[in-house]
Design a protein around this ligand. Structure first.
Ligand code: CMP
Length: 144
């Protein structure tokens, strides 16, 4: 089944000039970029996006970090792509992420772990709606 995921390259990825390389992995895999936007997240949007973590001890640091510079927010589409992208991203703690995954190859710190990707269809729908208007998401045909 075709799915859409919300994938965000975090400020460390943008500052380290890894955005193209990481997005390229998804393109090379055959996934489709439907939307992409560079923006600095407001604290309000950060708190809403990460609402489920609001009681966690790292919440304040997480909000500070994610608002510390531009992120590249994207919508990516493909067959069963939510779990596929999570697999390509690797474990939240980069120390535990397998080599060959994005976090396993580019990060060493849980608090600076390069990328966010939706963990379910419900979160994907919620996160996409938080960051994008429908008119900013483009559907187009790709060669087989
Ligand atoms: P992400 O996949 O964006 O979703 C929640 C984020 O919280 C996670 O990536 C990490 O960046 C962050 N996070 C999770 N656990 C910790 C932790 N123990 N310390 C700091 N940040 C964390």
């Amino acid at each position: 089944m075709k799915q859409r995921s919300f994938v965000m390259l975090k400020p460390d990825a943008v500052k380290r000039r890894l955005a193209g390389e990481v997005l390229g992995r998804f393109e090379n895999r055959g996934l489709k970029i439907l939307a992409a936007k560079l923006l600095v997240i407001t604290p309000e949007l950060a708190k809403e996006h990460y609402g489920e973590h609001s009681e966690r001890p790292f919440f304040k640091d997480l909000v500070e970090y994610i608002t510390s510079g531009p992120v590249l927010a994207t919508v990516i589409e493909g067959e069963e792509c939510i779990s596929l992208i999570r697999k390509m991203v690797g474990a939240t703690n980069p120390q535990e992420a397998d080599l060959g995954t994005i976090r396993g190859d580019y990060a060493i710190d849980t608090g600076r772990n390069i990328i966010h990707a939706s963990d379910s269809e419900t979160s994907a729908a919620r996160e996409i709606a938080l960051f994008f208007e429908d008119s900013e998401i483009y559907d187009y045909s790709m060669p087989d």
